[in-house]
Design a protein around this ligand. Structure first.
Ligand SMILES: *[C@@H]1O[C@H](CO)[C@@H](O)[C@H](O)[C@H]1NC(C)=O
Ligand SMILES: *[C@@H]1O[C@H](CO)[C@@H](O)[C@H](O)[C@H]1NC(C)=O
Ligand SMILES: *[C@@H]1O[C@H](CO)[C@@H](O)[C@H](O)[C@H]1NC(C)=O
Ligand SMILES: *[C@@H]1O[C@H](CO)[C@@H](O)[C@H](O)[C@H]1NC(C)=O
Ligand SMILES: *[C@@H]1O[C@H](CO)[C@@H](O)[C@H](O)[C@H]1NC(C)=O
Length: 231
């Protein structure tokens, strides 16, 4: 009786220990994932006309604080990442000195409220593509974080799209009108058919009814009226 109880007791702390360990590692995992975050905004793309000047937005957020945060902007040129600019931010209040590797680029974020956005002057079609905002906080043992922003460079020929939308709208409108016309026609046909049917029924009812009522009424009137007078 005592032997099974002793045998069962020792393994009990085992599963609870692993559960605690699992919860701990999950908590640690979520904590380390939130350590540093690179953010390019809710809309991670921009469509701009060639020749215009655009801002590529990026900010960083860290709940454990930063120390010598390395950041850079990279441009994906035919599959290879080309450095646009980079720098090391000593502290959150520091205005870093940024090295620029690409022409027409200006660092406008100035680390004001963790802002590391850049400005791209007089954009050309070659500037269109994928930009990566990259950050690495030494406080996290060299963990890499990044966010991607898309720049789409377009011609002024937006009018084509407008005429296309008008054409599409007209087609859709026409289709709806045609459908409505068809429905109306269908309903009208059904209405006429039902009317014709009604008329046919009416004709049948009236023709047979006239005979019945005339006969019945004349017969009953003639029969019922005189009887009360007599009695
Ligand atoms: C944009 O590109 C088009 C077509 O290449 C060109 O005609 C136009 O002048 C360009 N606009 C600017 C502002 O560079
Ligand atoms: C990327 O491709 C374009 C043409 O497709 C070429 O002009 C340019 O030099 C290429 N850039 C690199 C870095 O290979
Ligand atoms: C952008 O273009 C304007 C006008 O073409 C020029 O004055 C200006 O210097 C250019 N800026 C850069 C950074 O190339
Ligand atoms: C970053 O700085 C630029 C230039 O001062 C500003 O236009 C932009 O709104 C800032 N972005 C954020 C998210 O604060
Ligand atoms: C972080 O990125 C660098 C290149 O910028 C690379 O050498 C390094 O291996 C990456 N580290 C991790 C942990 O992915």
């Amino acid at each position: 009786m005592a032997a099974p109880g002793v045998g069962v007791e020792p393994p009990r702390p085992g599963p609870s220990r692993t559960a605690v360990g699992l919860i701990f590692s999950v908590l640690l995992g979520t904590w380390s994932a939130q350590a540093l975050e690179m953010l390019v905004g809710k809309i991670p793309f921009l469509e701009a006309v060639n020749g215009s000047t655009v801002m590529l937005p990026c900010t960083y957020a860290s709940c454990i604080g930063i120390e010598n945060l390395y950041f850079n902007w990279q441009f994906n040129e035919n599959g290879t990442m080309q450095k646009v600019c980079d720098s090391t931010i000593v502290s959150e209040s520091d205005v870093p000195h940024v090295t620029i590797y690409r022409e027409r680029v200006e660092f406008i974020g100035k680390n004001r409220a963790n802002n590391i956005s850049i400005l791209l002057w007089n954009i050309t079609f070659e500037d269109g593509g994928e930009y990566t905002c990259f950050g690495r906080n030494p406080k996290e043992k060299g963990k890499n974080h990044s966010a991607i922003f898309h720049l789409i460079v377009v011609d002024e020929l937006r009018v084509v799209d407008k005429t296309l939308t008008i054409i599409i709208a007209t087609c859709v409108g026409g289709a709806i009108a045609a459908l409505m016309g068809f429905m109306l026609l269908k309903n009208l046909t059904l209405f006429i058919l039902s009317k014709l049917e009604e008329k046919n029924k009416e004709c049948l009812v009236t023709s047979s009814g006239i005979d019945n009522t005339e006969n019945g009424l004349s017969g009953s009137k003639a029969d019922t009226k005189p009887t009360p007078k007599k009695k």
